[in-house]
Design a protein around this ligand. Structure first.
Ligand code: ADP
Ligand code: K
Ligand code: MG
Length: 479
């Protein structure tokens, strides 16, 4: 395995933070990044860390350090908490990569991801078994977190390329199983790191150096969570972006009509919602235009769940178990209750502790967003495959041949760029290599929501995105 352990060169590029309202000053971080200490990771380190139990993360963990700006003591607590859970999570990912067939993990792209994880663990090890007690150390630690987020920003496109090249040696089912676990775990790891970075940037005394003053009046944010997120606003923003891409490719764009309750707000992670809505709109736009129905609006309905819905009962059940309670096997009854109400019942494997964050007590019931298009629906023979990571009906030949033919391909490269997810390298293509639906569902399910697709073959498609509120602002002192 030694060839997998070569050091990784960190590329300097700007970092896109999860929380869009918190501005980064990359040059400051880049200058300092060169001084990040590393410690060689041994197999013993990995085995030891991977065998330690994973911290069952809750949303309460993300907000428990207080409302920004934090005091020095709160900031140090956040840093130490972050440090206490990340190494084991990285070690689990390394182990799971090593469990892939050797010929797959030897693929240069998969090897690159393995090296990235080793690199990130090597930057955390010098901090292990010590406590962060000074602001000076906290600043250095925040740089380590920034490095971690940046190192893994292109993970999804690199993994996609790797699995595409190695597809002869691993079944689509095994790829989907691996990616479902890996990408869900990655969502949590990024959230933890980004939350600390966001708290760091918005806290005294750094804010004068690193925080854009004009952003300060925005009080809706607690780190990466927007407590006043308005889904309709995200839909409008995503409509603009997807519309541009659509117009570039097809020369036309359908328009979106929002109805239901466009003023509804709740607490959620904006970049997650942006990613999901973008992917769902891309699918709807593409289908609509390909059916030459661009004159027919895509209808987006925002439907908040009522307070007496089964969702509210579900939240009450969480409340009885105590604040920030994590749903475990013992709570299966309640989770079933929740999934009955949410149409997006998943067929993916049950989440493990490092994959799943559960809502806070006093959660708002949440919202269902229906995206309805007249794009002709999904052919029955394709229906069962739409959740596979690599399944796409988009430009089949172009997407896969340009990739297998080497770097620089047209549609395939665009497609890969389009699937990086939040914090990744952007979305330039209307459809990709089939990552939109499964990855979108992974984000939705992360906070207990889901995605369900209802197709009327020959007519159109309804997609139901269910999202559970992650905390009622007035009830929760932390948010
Ligand atoms: P991609 O968009 O890259 O193909 P997705 O996972 O987003 O990957 O979607 C997988 C497939 O599901 C699409 O290629 C398409 O065949 C089908 N699909 C998804 N959404 C729709 C829709 N709204 N209308 C018609 N087909 C759809
Ligand atoms: K797919
Ligand atoms: Mg898509």
């Amino acid at each position: 395995m030694s060839q997998l352990q070569r050091p990784v060169i960190i590329q300097s590029q700007s970092i896109k933070l999860c929380c869009p309202r918190v501005a980064y000053r990359p040059p400051l971080f880049q200058r300092r990044r060169q001084s990040i200490h590393t410690k060689t990771v041994t197999d013993h380190d990995i085995n030891r860390l991977a065998s330690s139990p994973l911290h069952p993360l809750t949303l309460a963990d993300l907000v428990k350090h207080g409302r920004p700006p934090l005091t020095t003591a709160q900031l140090l607590t956040s840093a130490n908490f972050t440090l206490s859970i990340l190494p084991a999570r990285l070690a689990h990912r390394i182990q799971s990569l090593r469990n892939l067939p050797f010929i797959v993990v030897s693929n240069p792209h998969i090897t690159k991801i393995h090296s990235n994880y080793l690199h990130s663990l090597s930057t955390l090890l010098p901090w292990a078994e010590r406590e962060i007690t000074t602001l000076e150390d906290e600043i250095k630690f925040a740089e380590v977190m920034a490095d971690l987020v940046q190192t893994h920003s292109n993970t999804i496109s690199i993994l996609a390329r790797g699995f595409l090249e190695a597809r002869k040696y691993i079944s689509p089912t095994d790829v989907t199983r691996f990616l479902d676990e890996h990408l869900r775990a990655r969502i949590g790891t990024r959230l933890i790191a980004e939350q600390h970075i966001a708290l760091h940037l918005s806290s005294q005394p750094h804010r004068k150096i690193m925080h854009e003053p004009e952003e300060e009046e925005d009080m809706g944010y607690n780190g990466v969570i927007d407590t006043k997120l308005r889904p309709a606003k995200i839909v409008q923003q995503c409509e603009n972006i997807v519309g541009e891409i659509c117009e570039l490719k097809y020369g036309v764009r359908p328009h979106v009509v929002i109805n239901g309750e466009p003023e509804y707000t709740f607490a959620h992670v904006p970049v997650h919602l942006e990613y999901i809505i973008t992917e769902l709109l891309k699918n709807a736009f593409r289908a609509t235009v390909e059916q030459a129905h661009e004159r027919e609006a895509i209808e987006v309905t925002i439907a908040p769940l009522p307070d007496d819905s089964p969702e509210a009962e579900y939240n009450e059940a969480i409340r009885k178990h105590g604040e920030g309670h994590v749903i475990t096997g013992a709570d299966q009854g309640n989770t079933d209750l929740a999934s009955r109400c949410f149409t997006g019942k998943s067929t993916s494997p049950s989440p493990t502790a490092d994959q799943q964050i559960r809502p806070l007590a006093h959660s708002t019931p949440g919202v269902t967003i229906r995206i309805r298009d007249r794009g002709g629906g999904i052919a029955p023979e394709n229906y069962e495959h739409i959740w596979d990571y690599s399944f796409t009906t988009f430009n089949d030949d172009q997407a896969s041949t340009s990739l297998s033919g080497g770097p620089g391909g047209g549609g395939g490269m665009d497609a890969l760029n389009a699937i990086s997810g939040p914090g990744g390298d952007g979305a330039h293509s209307l459809a990709g290599l089939g990552y939109g639906l499964p990855l979108g569902r992974a984000y939705a399910e992360y906070f207990g929501g889901g995605i369900a697709v209802q197709s009327m073959w020959g007519w159109g498609t309804d997609v139901y995105l269910s999202l559970r509120g992650v905390g009622r602002v007035e009830d929760n002192p932390y948010i």
